[in-house]
Design a protein around this ligand. Structure first.
Ligand code: GLC
Ligand code: CA
Length: 564
C-alpha cells in the first residue's frame, strides 16, 4: 500500500459551539480552540476536524450555511481562522473543515435569488418543481421529518427539495455552474492552508431524477428519503456512472491537486463500493466506519433501539469491515460524534461505567486498523446527559420525540429514547474543570452542561495518573511509538478468539512482527485458553496479567497487548 501523510495520524473532532468560549457569550469560538491547541497537542492529536464555523442561521447548528466564504461572527473572524491554521501548523497539527455541499441555507444569496426568479439562473442551483393541485411531487420524508418538499417562498405553485430541514434547500449538482462554484469555494479554503475536509452527507448529492414515490414506511404515509438513494444505486447497478461522476470531478478539481485528506460521511454504504470510495483511487481518503457504530440499530426510529450495543454484535461488525478493507483502505474509526450518543453510554451499561470499561473501549478503537477520530470529551469519558424535553435544542431530537409519541409511545418512553439517542448528548459543553459551567464559559452556556462535570472534567483528570485522560495519552503514544507505530498503522488485522463471547481480540501483523490485542469486554472475570504463546506484554489498561499455564485470567474489562 502506498503510504500517505495522514495514515499514521490521530484525529479529533471539535464541535466549536461547545468546545471553549473565550469571550463569555456562552458559545464556543475559534479563539477558544486556539487556546486549547496545546492541550490537544499534549493529548497526541495531529488532525483537528472542526464542525461548521461558516455564517449560518443555526437551524441545524451550522450545517445550514448562508455564506461559504465567511466565518460566523459567533465563532470569530477570518483573522481568527487564519491564526488557528497558523498556530496549528506551528505545532505540526493540521486543520480540516466541514464541507456541507448537499445543501445550503435558505438564507444563502443563491436561494434568495432563486426565490426572486425561479426560472432564472439561480433557480437551477436548486431542485424546484411544480406543485400540481397543491400536491407535493412525491411521498419522500425528510431526515428531520415532514415532506422533502416545501413551498417556494413567493410562489404558491412551486416547491423546492430539502433532504434535511426546510431551511436547508438541496443544491442541484446536475448543474455544471453550481459545481464550478463549489470547486472554487473548496479551493479557496485549501489554498488558505487547511489540510482537507470532512464531507457532510455526500452520498445525497445524486438524486433519483424520476422522483418516483417510495413504498410507505411510516404513519405519515411517507417514505424515508434515504431509501431513494438505495433505490438509485440498485437501479444504476452501482455508483460509478451516477454519483461517481460528480465525486471523481470533485477529487480531480480540488483534492488531488492539494494532496488533501478527506473523510466522507457516507451512509448507505455497501461492501462492494468500499474500494471505489476509499481504495487506491478512491473518491475520498477515508470514510467513517458507521457500519460498526450503528450495528445495534434495529429499525428506523429511536424507540426501536431499546438497549446498549451488544459487544459481540459490535465485534462482528468490526471484523466484517476490517476483512473487507484488507490492505487497500483505511476507514475512520469512531465510537461517537456530534450526531451519535456518547460512546461511553452506548457501549457500556450504565452500572459498568468506569476507568476499566472506558479504557477498554478506547483501546479497542485505537488499536484497530484505521485512522481514529476522537470526539471532544471522549478522552475524559464524557457520558450522555439527562435533559427535560424543553431543554433539548436539536431539531432532530424534537422531531424524533414527536414521531415516537405519534407511534404510541408514552412521554416517559419517548424521553428515554431521547436520553439514549439524542444528538444533544454529545453537544453539551466540554467539561474543563469543576468551576461553574464546567469552565466552558463565564456566561450562560447555549446548551445545558452535564451535571456530572464535578466528577468528570479535564482539570481533575490531568492531576490523576490513573485517569481516563492520562490513559488516552499513553494509548495514543503507544499507537504512535517508534517501536509499534508502524505495525499499529499499516499492520494487517486478523480476528482472534472469534467465538468467545465478549472477548474482543485481534492480531496486527507486519512482516515479522506480531501484536495480539485481547480484551474482555464484560464485567465478569474470564479464563481464556491461549492459542499461542507470547514473549512480552507490551500494553495494558489494568495492571497485573495473570497466567496459569495456558490459561490467561482476564479481569473485567481488561485489555492487554502482547508481542509474539
Ligand atoms: C450530517 C451532519 C449532521 C447534519 C446533517 C445535515 O449528517 O453530521 O449534523 O444535521 O448532515 O447537514
Ligand atoms: Ca464565544
Amino acid at each position: 500500500m502506498q503510504k500517505k501523510w495522514w495514515h499514521d495520524k490521530v484525529a479529533y473532532q471539535i464541535y466549536p459551539k461547545s468546545f471553549y468560549d473565550s469571550n463569555g457569550d456562552g458559545i464556543g469560538d475559534l479563539c477558544g480552540i486556539i487556546s486549547k491547541l496545546d492541550y490537544l497537542k499534549d493529548l497526541g492529536i495531529d488532525i483537528i476536524w472542526i464542525s461548521p464555523v461558516y455564517p449560518s442561521p443555526m437551524v441545524d447548528n451550522g450545517y445550514d450555511i448562508s455564506d461559504y466564504y465567511g466565518i460566523d461572527p459567533r465563532f470569530g473572524t477570518m483573522e481568527d481562522m487564519d491564526r488557528l491554521i497558523e498556530e496549528a501548523k506551528k505545532r505540526d497539527m493540521a486543520i480540516i473543515m466541514d464541507l456541507v455541499v448537499n445543501h445550503c441555507s435558505n438564507e444563502h444569496e443563491w436561494f434568495k435569488k432563486a426565490c426572486e426568479d425561479p426560472y432564472g439562473p439561480y433557480g437551477k442551483y436548486f431542485y424546484i418543481r411544480e406543485m400540481k393541485d397543491q400536491k407535493e411531487p412525491n411521498n419522500w420524508r425528510s431526515v428531520f421529518g415532514g415532506s422533502v418538499w416545501e413551498k417556494l417562498p413567493g410562489n404558491e405553485d412551486l416547491c423546492y427539495l430539502h433532504f434535511f430541514a426546510p431551511e436547508q434547500p438541496d443544491l442541484n449538482w446536475e448543474n455544471p455552474l453550481l459545481r464550478e462554484e463549489i470547486y472554487k469555494m473548496i479551493n479557496f479554503w485549501l489554498d488558505k492552508g487547511i489540510a482537507g475536509f470532512r464531507i457532510d452527507a455526500i452520498i445525497n448529492i445524486k438524486k433519483d431524477l424520476t422522483w418516483e414515490d417510495l413504498p410507505v414506511d411510516g404513519p405519515d404515509q411517507r417514505s424515508y428519503v434515504g431509501n431513494s438513494i438505495d433505490r438509485l444505486i440498485d437501479r444504476d447497478g452501482g455508483t460509478k456512472d451516477g454519483i461517481g461522476v460528480f465525486l471523481r470531478e470533485l477529487r480531480e478539481r480540488c483534492f488531488t491537486p492539494h494532496d488533501s485528506f478527506t473523510v466522507g460521511e457516507v451512509f448507505n454504504m455497501r461492501k462492494e463500493l468500499m474500494e471505489e470510495f476509499i481504495g487506491k483511487d478512491g473518491y475520498f481518503s477515508s470514510m467513517f466506519a458507521f457500519e460498526t457504530i450503528q450495528s445495534y440499530k434495529k429499525g428506523n426510529c429511536w424507540y426501536d433501539y431499546d438497549r446498549n450495543m451488544d459487544p459481540d454484535q459490535w465485534k462482528k461488525a468490526v471484523f466484517e469491515s476490517q476483512k473487507l478493507l484488507s490492505d487497500n483502505a483505511f476507514e475512520a474509526t469512531i465510537i461517537e460524534n456530534h450526531d451519535q450518543p456518547r460512546g461511553a453510554s452506548l457501549y457500556i451499561p450504565r452500572d459498568e461505567y468506569g476507568f476499566a470499561s472506558v479504557s477498554a473501549l478506547a483501546g479497542l478503537q485505537l488499536l484497530q486498523r484505521g485512522i481514529p477520530f476522537l470526539y471532544q470529551g471522549q478522552e475524559i469519558g464524557m457520558t450522555n446527559c439527562p435533559f427535560e424535553l424543553e431543554e433539548y435544542d436539536d431539531i432532530n431530537t424534537i422531531d424524533s420525540y414527536q414521531f415516537m409519541i405519534q407511534m404510541g409511545r408514552t412521554p416517559v418512553q419517548a424521553l428515554d429514547g431521547c436520553y439514549r439517542e439524542s444528538r444533544d448528548n454529545t453537544r453539551t459543553p466540554m467539561q474543563w474543570d469543576d468551576s461553574e459551567n464546567a469552565g466552558f464559559t463565564t456566561g450562560k452556556p447555549w446548551l445545558k452542561v452535564n451535571p456530572n462535570y464535578l466528577d468528570i472534567n479535564v482539570a481533575k483528570q490531568e492531576k490523576e495518573y490513573g485517569s481516563i485522560l492520562n490513559y488516552y495519552k499513553r494509548l495514543i503514544a503507544f499507537r504512535k511509538s517508534k517501536e509499534y507505530g508502524e505495525i499499529l498503522t499499516w499492520g494487517s488485522f486478523e480476528p482472534m478468539y472469534e467465538n468467545q463471547e465478549k472477548i474482543f481480540a485481534f492480531k496486527r501483523k507486519l512482516e515479522e512482527k506480531e501484536l495480539t490485542v485481547i480484551c474482555n469486554f464484560s464485567d465478569s472475570e474470564r479464563f481464556l485458553v491461549l492459542k499461542e504463546d507470547y514473549s512480552e506484554v507490551v500494553f495494558v489498561n489494568l495492571p497485573q496479567v495473570t497466567r496459569i499455564g495456558d490459561n490467561m485470567i482476564l479481569r473485567p474489562y481488561q485489555l492487554i497487548v502482547v508481542e509474539k
